[in-house]
Design a protein around this ligand. Structure first.
Ligand code: FMN
Length: 335
């Protein structure tokens, strides 16, 4: 039923397989989350959180924690934002030297903090400036440079086709379109017809991003848009098994049913990995953040979220998880 759909795509010399990728998400897709997702299977490419190029330039002294990764995460894209061609080009060289397989440029972020500085989706209002930026970065590095962008600033200034064609000419190796406008933020719907239009307009891989909620949704989007790949963001926080479920559905199998035990194990392992890498306070914050999005879908989940949210330490939070899931998972009690 899904045999006709592409299973991979090519970015320069890299083969991305499967063609289902984890979206970059600030505050979420750090190395720990990416490794968790990859360990569950079905995800072909991960990306760092968006990082301001000015924090990465050789001139800057700050450490690039956001660009930390482990070899098992490869292939990995690292995403930069910025608007000064020389500065972003210098940051791109740093990213290349760090071992990134792909450099992704962000021209889609709608946050006023980012657009206020002329970065992210602000560049959709100045395509000549974006063109200078893309050319400078493509010339600066050997690794493929990709672009993630939105459909336009607002409905009256939709320019996704012009942006896509310009980017291809500038040397961009693949495009990811989140087909909302900047004005939409995360509201309304992602209009995937725009992804299909971009796919028809260029000869480089096109990946669609936005509102993919489950496995069937991902494959339907792939088919309807004829995109080369599908990117998954918020649904991966809600259901980290979505990538594996897509692979199963594609193979003609019934997507796995995620059990309370799977969820318990995921949360405990995530917390453990956070504790290994971060000071306790930050590890606890990470758990608090993910638990807000994670699909627990069991009676009492709201109370568990609240209890975790109010926990003052990791031991307390772990205790809440153990006690909650013990009702559903025998192993949780015995450890
Ligand atoms: C919490 C959060 C953080 C995000 N951070 C980034 C980012 O760093 N870079 C980026 O290009 N997009 C970012 N996005 C946008 C996502 O990559 C994705 O394009 C968007 O959420 C739509 O896909 P979804 O419906 O699958 O979440 C972020 C989205 C969310 C919800």
């Amino acid at each position: 039923m899904y045999d006709d759909l592409p299973t991979q795509y090519q970015i320069g010399y890299l083969t991305i397989q499967p063609n289902i990728v984890l979206a970059p998400m600030v505050g979420v897709t750090d190395s720990i989350f990416r490794r968790m997702i990859l360990s569950l299977g079905g995800c072909g490419l991960v990306c760092s959180e968006m990082t301001n190029a000015s924090a990465v330039s050789p001139r800057a002294r700050s450490r690039h924690r956001q660009l930390d990764y482990l070899p098992e995460e490869r292939p990995i894209a690292m995403q930069l934002s910025g608007n000064e061609p020389d500065l972003v080009a210098a940051a791109a060289r740093v990213v290349e030297a760090l071992g990134a397989d792909i450099l992704d440029l962000n021209c889609g972020c709608p946050s006023p903090k980012v657009t206020g500085g002329g970065h992210g989706s602000a560049l959709l209002r100045d395509l000549p400036k974006m063109e200078q930026l893309l050319k400078a970065v493509c010339n600066a590095v050997q690794i493929p440079v990709t672009l993630k962008f939105r459909a336009g600033w607002d409905e009256t200034s939709l320019n996704y086709l012009d942006t896509a064609k310009m980017a291809e000419q500038a040397g961009i190796a693949a495009l990811t379109l989140h087909p909302r406008t900047r004005a939409q933020g995360y509201g309304g719907v992602a209009d995937w017809r725009r992804v299909a239009e971009v796919k028809r307009a260029v000869n480089i891989p096109v990946i669609g991003s936005g509102d993919v909620r489950d496995a069937a949704d991902a494959l339907r989007r792939l088919r309807e848009s004829a995109a080369d790949g599908v990117m998954i963001g918020r649904a991966a926080m809600h259901n980290p098994w979505i990538f594996r479920q897509i692979a199963q559905l594609r193979a003609g199998m019934q997507p796995m049913v995620v059990t309370p035990g799977d969820k318990y194990e995921f949360l405990m392992r995530y917390l453990e990995m956070c504790c290994d890498d971060l000071p306790e306070r930050l590890a606890l914050n990470k758990l608090k953040q993910i638990i807000g999005q994670f699909g627990i879908e069991l009676p009492g989940a709201a109370a568990l979220r609240s209890a975790i949210h109010h926990s003052s330490g990791v031991v307390e939070a772990r205790d809440h998880l153990e006690r909650f899931f013990a009702q559903y998972v025998e192993a949780a009690v015995t450890g």
